[in-house]
Write a protein that binds this ligand. Structure first.
Ligand code: NAG
Ligand code: NAG
Ligand code: NAG
Ligand code: NAG
Ligand code: NAG
Length: 502
């Protein structure tokens, strides 16, 4: 998720050479989806081979809610039958694909695979429509995107389950358990809610259940996470941001910013362009958001830039006043993402997001996920919260403007208000009524602010892990995982065990 993001801003143009580890949290937004990939080459206990993993295609309906519409398309899925114990009546585990390409790496790695071994489960992963190689329409025109909704995606999952039950001749009492992290974490809970006859239980990690236009709490949690290092770190970020604002007021300051922050285009020409300035401040904030959201998780990639790294810089007086420290953080992130300069131009970003070709860079998920935020979720990570550590330059209206600029006049503020209300009515938001679901969140993951973090319903408990980031419990175990994270993994296994006995 950036579930993203939400929708932070993305400079897709410069993303070509960025590897997936970094792409995933670029500017706090999921370009390939908010759930990262498991690390490469991690040796798990026992034998893991790819011999049991295959890539398959499923004939799926285009529009589940229009019985007259018989159009179909091919949806990608992966299977791993290595651990399936049919004799003991093993369950079926379903990893739900999200707002990026579904990776085959999850078929042999991750906590759910450890669970699959334990319970003798048959494993599937279904790629989400419109992402990766699952292309329901010939392009991504706004008209064609009408079939991109979470309701359609849930119906895809329902058809898929029903069809696999037949294809694999699974017993009529077979138990499907869904897994998902970030937006798919929401889908996992919604799937159990909407199709309880098909899905027996669900592990919902870091799933935002409350749709909200102005997700200002996002940066509140980022701020709190930086404060776990020290209050000095937070105040240096705040001062640095304020001073950048002051430097932008005059020519000498502007030139200084160009050079220190390595801007691709001189900022002098953008001073009167609100969108460029908003974009620039949003990138600076995103540098911190991305690192916080994925702090010390066990994703693919060296992933060694952490809250500590950024705060070490922000509190290092040898680097000079807060502005050069902020610039150093920026330089670190630019280098790590192989960007030669910082591209903050709004029009360029919008142009790339308007590209409707499957071959465009934004088709990796940026255009699709932005569309979903504009017609279903909002989730806009604005600068509205107080105190404004990251300035006040990117309010929710800035993101609504993007919906209009990318998809058309219709997608304005009143449209979005109705859209978000609709989502909350259809799914129940934080009042969702489910059983056999576990909601897992981490305290430093900003997304927990829109999820269920306290157990209200004993049949759908919450596990709130102190100190961990986005979807941490889904990645493979590591020796230095926090004890609370280790305990959460065990607790989820115990819950699954209890559901399977029901
Ligand atoms: C950055 O580019 C270098 C050289 O082209 C490459 O070796 C490295 O893997 C790239 N890093 C990332 C994060 O993409
Ligand atoms: C992160 O790891 C890379 C490659 O292993 C190394 O070059 C870089 O200095 C490290 N960065 C930090 C902040 O530790
Ligand atoms: C980023 O890379 C440039 C060019 O290689 C280098 O001069 C600079 O020190 C690097 N900055 C950081 C923070 O690593
Ligand atoms: C869209 O992206 C494709 C692939 O990168 C490119 O060839 C095409 O020119 C772009 N279209 C527009 C209108 O920019
Ligand atoms: C949004 O657009 C609709 C027409 O599509 C219009 O009736 C409405 O007044 C607009 N609302 C705002 C807040 O601009």
């Amino acid at each position: 998720m950036r579930l993203y993001e939400a929708l932070g801003l993305i400079l897709f143009l410069s993303l070509v050479n960025i590897n997936h580890a970094w792409r995933n949290f670029y500017r706090g937004r999921g370009v390939g989806g908010n759930l990262g990939y498991p690390p490469r080459g991690v040796k798990l206990q026992g034998r893991i081979s790819n011999d049991h993993v295959s890539t398959e295609w499923f004939t799926q309906k285009l529009d589940h809610f229009q019985p007259n519409d018989l159009r179909a398309w091919k949806q990608r899925y992966y299977v791993n039958d290595e651990f399936y114990d049919a004799q003991k009546g093993g369950p079926v585990f379903l990893m739900i694909g999200g707002e990026g390409e579904a990776t085959i790496k999850w078929m042999t790695q991750g906590t759910w695979i450890d669970y699959a071994k334990k319970f003798g489960a048959l494993c599937f992963q279904l790629e989400h429509r419109y992402y990766g190689k699952s292309h329901p329409t010939k392009d991504l025109s706004t008209k064609n995107l009408q079939y991109l909704t979470s309701q359609q995606a849930l119906a895809d999952l329902a058809y898929f389950i029903s069809s696999m039950n037949e294809q694999y001749k699974l017993p009529s009492n077979v138990k499907w358990i869904a897994f998902g992290g970030s937006y798919p974490g929401s889908l996992a809970a919604w799937l159990r809610n909407k199709y309880p006859h098909l899905v027996h239980g669900a592990m919902s990690a870091s799933g935002p259940l409350l749709a909200e236009i102005d997700f200002f709490d996002y940066f509140r949690v980022v701020d709190e996470a930086l404060a776990t290092y020290s209050d000095d770190c937070v105040s240096a970020v705040k001062q640095g941001t304020q001073q950048v604002g002051i430097l932008l007021l005059h020519m000498v300051g502007q030139r200084n910013i160009n050079q220190k922050f390595n801007l691709c285009d001189p900022i002098e020409k953008s001073i009167d362009n609100h969108n460029d300035i908003a974009n620039f401040f949003e990138v600076l904030a995103g540098n911190f958001a991305g690192v916080v959201q994925y702090n010390k998780d066990n994703r693919q990639g060296s992933n060694n830039i952490t809250i500590d790294t950024l705060c070490d810089i922000m509190t290092n007086q040898d680097l000079g006043p807060p502005v050069p420290r902020l610039a150093e953080v920026n330089s670190l992130i630019l280098n790590a993402t192989n960007q030669t300069c910082l591209d903050y131009k709004y029009d360029k970003m919008i142009a790339s997001l308007r590209n409707i070709s499957w071959d465009s860079e934004t088709a990796e998920g940026g255009r699709q996920w932005t569309y979903q935020t504009c017609i279903e979720f909002g989730f806009f990570q604005s600068s509205t919260y107080k105190p404004q550590v990251f300035g006040d330059s990117f309010p929710a209206d800035f993101f609504i403007q993007q919906c209009v600029d990318i998809f058309g006049m219709k997608y304005n503020a009143s449209f979005l208000e109705d859209a978000v209300e609709r989502t909350n009515i259809l799914y129940g938001a934080l009042n969702i009524d489910v059983s056999n679901v576990v909601f897992v969140h981490g305290s430093i993951d900003p997304w927990h602010a829109l999820g269920i973090t306290k157990t209200v319903n004993q049949n759908a408990p919450a596990i709130y892990i102190e100190g961990t980031a986005h979807c941490a419990n889904m990645y493979p175990e590591r020796g230095d995982d926090l004890p609370a994270l280790k305990a959460a993994r065990v607790q989820v296994a115990n819950l699954i065990d209890s559901w399977l006995r029901l």
